[in-house]
Design a protein around this ligand. Structure first.
Ligand code: ADP
Ligand code: MG
Length: 262
């Protein structure tokens, strides 16, 4: 796949309230073109909310989201999501689901078929083009989710716990595949997860959010190229230790607050 997103993202002093629920507190963050940023933090700290603000699905109570750089000329949908629950249309085949974002935008039927074929091959789905989602395992369904997302050549990719609904073995397999796909495509990506291992495997930088209201507690950069990362790499082990202690502090503080409220 030809590649490279030239779009950068910027959050400027973003805060958000849902009614009286103070969810995000003064988040500023720059994401470079082609950079993969993972957002980690305890459950309920506002990760999905922040992702929705990034993608323009939600207007923050305060602050701004800025996008810079023209999407490539073949981009059919600049801001594209991959969700935890796959969000496939059950009455469409695998090929039909991948075709979704192309229809009405890619008029040439041959070109569309070619794009769908490319995505099927890229995600290991070539033999499943005519299968329906209910005939597929969870792992295969999420392969369709990423195939559909990459098919439109997005400028920015937003992934909300895309592997969290899968069993451990499938998650490990798919993590490897997603890491390579995202790295090769060089798309500006925000990847939400509560799983540190995922963040360490596929992100250039890991943003740790505090418990709610989510604030940026730390940003940990990992210099090792994504394609070269292996389990047990010393750089990853060091980063993991640092991250773990921060997240543990936040999670146990959040638990204590829950206990106090009981
Ligand atoms: N659409 C919504 N309306 C009202 N409250 C919401 C909505 N979405 C999320 N929340 C609340 O905002 C907080 C953060 O949620 P969320 O962003 O989903 O956290 P995370 O993804 O980190 O688990 C939670 O308290 C949640 O109940
Ligand atoms: Mg969430």
């Amino acid at each position: 796949m030809s590649s490279g997103s030239s779009t950068s993202l910027k959050l400027e002093h973003v805060s958000h309230h849902f009614g009286s629920n103070f969810v995000l507190d003064d988040i500023s963050l720059d994401i470079a073109p082609g950079e993969v940023v993972a957002l980690v933090g305890p459950s309920g700290c506002g990760k999905s909310t922040l992702l929705n603000i990034f993608g323009g699905l939600l207007q923050p109570t305060k602050g701004h989201v800025l996008m810079h750089g023209e999407p490539r000329s073949d981009c059919l949908n600049p801001l594209t999501y991959v969700f935890q629950d796959f969000a496939l249309l059950p009455w469409r085949t695998v090929a039909g689901n991948i075709s979704l974002g192309l229809e009405g935008k890619m008029r040439d039927e041959d070109a569309r078929r070619e794009r769908i074929g490319e995505m099927l091959r890229l995600t290991g789905l070539a033999d499943f083009a005519n299968a329906y989602p209910k005939q597929l395992s969870g792992g295969m369904r999420q392969r369709v989710g990423i195939a559909r997302a990459l098919a439109v050549r997005p400028a920015c990719l937003f992934m909300d716990e895309p592997l969290s609904a899968l069993d451990a073995q499938t998650r490990t397999l798919l993590l490897e595949e997603f890491a390579m796909l995202i790295a090769r495509a060089a798309i500006t990506t925000v990847y939400v997860t509560h799983n540190l291992n995922e963040a360490l495997r596929l992100a250039h930088r890991i943003v740790v959010l505090s418990r709610r209201p989510g604030r940026i507690k730390a940003i940990v950069g990992i210099d090792l190229p994504i394609e070269a990362r292996r389990e047990g790499d010393p750089d990853l082990v060091v980063a993991e230790k640092r991250l773990w202690s921060m997240i543990r502090d936040e999670a146990s503080a959040a638990d204590r607050e829950l206990d106090d409220a009981r």
